[in-house]
Design a protein around this ligand. Sequence first.
Ligand code: DP6
Length: 327
Amino acid sequence: MAVATAHANSNIAFIKYWGNSDNHLRLPSNPSISMNLNGLFTKTTVRWDESLASDVLTLNHMVASGEALNRVSKHMDSLRNHLKLTSFAEITSENNFPTGAGIASSASAFAALTVAAVAATDQIVSERTLTTLARLGSGSASRSVPDGFVEWYTGETHEASYAESFAPSDYWSLVDVIAIVSDEHKAVVSKVGHTSANTSDLQQARVAGARERLAICKQAIIDQDFATFAEVVERDSNLMHAVMMTSKPPLFYWKPASLAVMELVTKLRLDGVNVCYTLDAGPNVHCLCLAKDVGAVQNALQTLGGAIVDIRTAATGLGASVIDTNP
Ligand code: DP6
């Protein structure tokens, strides 16, 4: 059997995915949109091998076992089922950003794994189907398959919950300046949070307004209207964190340094800098800004001193791609 290597960027959501209508299929409670993050990527090689007795995973140069191997193997089972394959695979995967640096790796990881695993067969699979398959491994991975600015539809079936690009990566010069305030592994993984989202009294209201926020955000991107974009992105992030904080048990991802960065971003915007904040299931703050404002944002973050562990900067990135095949 053949071997293939794929590359996929991570992504940052502007309108967030939080909670599923079907946890098994990862059908999201609400649609979401994101942009890919250029240069924060996973590179994965898959080699299907009929002589193997189980999947073998090497992650960042170390042989993986336990939870990491189980999650990948479960995803390979979904792919075997779809591709009608029985053999196991040797998988070698690497992130170019440090694991545990607080930048989500499941999106780029499951996008790269899915694209490589399919490319290593002789089957032709559409981009739309690839997004649905990636979604089974990690919801946000569906959005790392298409190019640039991407929308992921809720859907009521596996096939209907897919992602597609609505603007290419060079459409608008948005940049994510990521203020890393903690490099600890997150205490509660997203999967647990998705299943507890409905225990918050606020989740229903958040979901009810998501389509309207998404429409506003998408139009703001199409119009390149930063002020409208900033208002709705911050509101959507705050809504998701309000749900997290009011779930049972409550999930508090913000650290004091996260709030310090959020305050700084608010002040910078009042001073005329095109920047806004958004936070995922962790304390790091994604400062989204226009390319011309990157220097101002980076300099302002430096004034916070020790509160900031690191700063990573990523422009809008391409979708996942196959970079090597050796039939
Ligand atoms: C807060 O896609 O990481 O980043 O499907 O369990 O892997 P799993 O969850 P995941 O959830 C992402 C949550 C988020 C918001 C977002 O990216 O939309």
